[in-house]
Design a protein around this ligand. Structure first.
Ligand SMILES: NC(=O)c1ccc[n+]([C@@H]2O[C@H](COP(=O)([O-])OP(=O)(O)OC[C@H]3O[C@@H](n4cnc5c(N)ncnc54)[C@H](O)[C@@H]3O)[C@@H](O)[C@H]2O)c1
Length: 309
């Protein structure tokens, strides 16, 4: 529904059709947006959409994108790309073959924090990146099952990993540790906490910590440490600290989310000519997904994983 609210703010968008296996969900979405609630994906394609938003649980990705890409439809895919890596690699192949506009919901890339951080760094190399996502178990039934969500690093901390890649470049090796399942979630098999050590191609080092053992969202963000400067990036503010003390910059709420939708729609309306406005297409998101899956794999199997040789 969030994308629908944002798309309603863009003048050249009309939501024509929605489908959901839970008919009541499609119906209430249709009532709120004026779209037609239809029975399945084929019926969505019968409405000849210029683009389709795929906002489904991680384990459901695959056949949906393959059907859409096979029909030559532009797709906006919510993160994570899938609960595993092979599914996302298969979709990426189909997207390359289709050559259509793709975009992925890593909206942190569109935050005004990015330009601000680059300005503050002013060419100083980042030496240490510290990402974290410390939260509760989200109240959706699929989230606590590893086969359905991919686990917390793949499902949630992937936002921080994507921002880290954008600001600091690729990670070439990870070594992760994870512990037992979160409390109070019967049948859960995701890790309750994960920590990963990261080696970046730039020579920087980093860590990512994730935990879902709280009853509240405690922290989601990325800290970058360079010579004489520490920058903490939160969803709503950036805090830059030097020997003179901290300086806080607030960020406008939801700007990044709207900007992500706007960039996708501009590229679709421009028939692909405005693609450079899309900061994270499917292929770029695949590299972030590869990193998240490598951390999950390392944590599960107790060995380091190398990436991008
Ligand atoms: N970028 C962000 O900040 C952000 C925010 C919220 C959610 N998300 C992502 O969006 C995805 C969905 O999250 P959610 O919280 O909306 O989950 P949800 O479980 O609340 O909703 C998912 C919906 O998908 C429907 N669905 C399942 N299979 C389907 C299919 N084959 N075809 C059509 N619909 C199908 C379900 O019935 C349900 O209505 C997750 O991957 C989540 O990480 C991203």
């Amino acid at each position: 529904m969030r994308h629908a609210r944002q798309l309603a703010q863009l003048e050249n968008v009309r939501i024509v059709a929605v489908t959901d296996p839970v008919a009541a969900t499609a119906q209430s979405f249709a009532e709120m947006t004026g779209a037609a609630a239809v029975s399945d994906l084929d019926a969505v394609l019968n409405a000849s959409p210029d683009a389709v938003y795929v906002c489904v649980p991680p384990h459901v990705h695959g056949p949906i994108e393959e059907r859409l890409l096979g029909a030559g439809t532009a797709v906006f895919v919510e993160k994570p790309l899938a609960a595993d890596l092979p599914t996302a690699q298969r979709i990426a192949d189909a997207a390359r073959k289709a050559g259509v506009v793709t975009s992925v919901g890593h909206h942190w890339r569109y935050s005004s924090a990015v330009d601000l951080v680059r300005e503050l760094l002013d060419g100083r190399p980042v030496r240490l990146a510290v990402g974290s996502w410390i939260d509760r178990v989200p109240p959706v039934p699929w989230w606590s099952k590893r086969a359905m969500s991919g686990g917390q690093v793949v499902e949630q901390a992937v936002h921080v990993l994507d921002l880290l890649r954008m600001l600091c470049g690729d990670v070439v090796e990870v070594d992760a540790y994870a512990n037992s399942t979160p409390p109070g979630t019967p049948g859960a098999d995701v890790d309750g906490a994960t920590v990963a050590i990261l080696k970046l191609r730039s020579g920087a080092v980093g860590t990512v910590s994730a935990a879902c053992c709280l009853d509240w969202k405690h922290r989601a963000g990325l800290e970058l440490h360079a010579d004489g400067l520490s920058i903490a990036i939160h969803e709503d503010r950036v805090v830059a600290t030097t020997a003179q003390g901290p300086v806080e910059h607030s960020l406008a709420p939801d700007d990044a989310k709207l900007a992500a939708d706007r960039a996708f729609i501009d590229a679709v309306v421009g028939n692909g000519t405005a693609r450079e406005g899309i900061l994270v297409d499917y292929d770029e998101a695949l590299r972030t997904h590869q990193l998240a899956c490598a951390i999950a794999d390392s944590g599960a199997n107790g060995r380091p994983v190398r990436l991008h040789d």
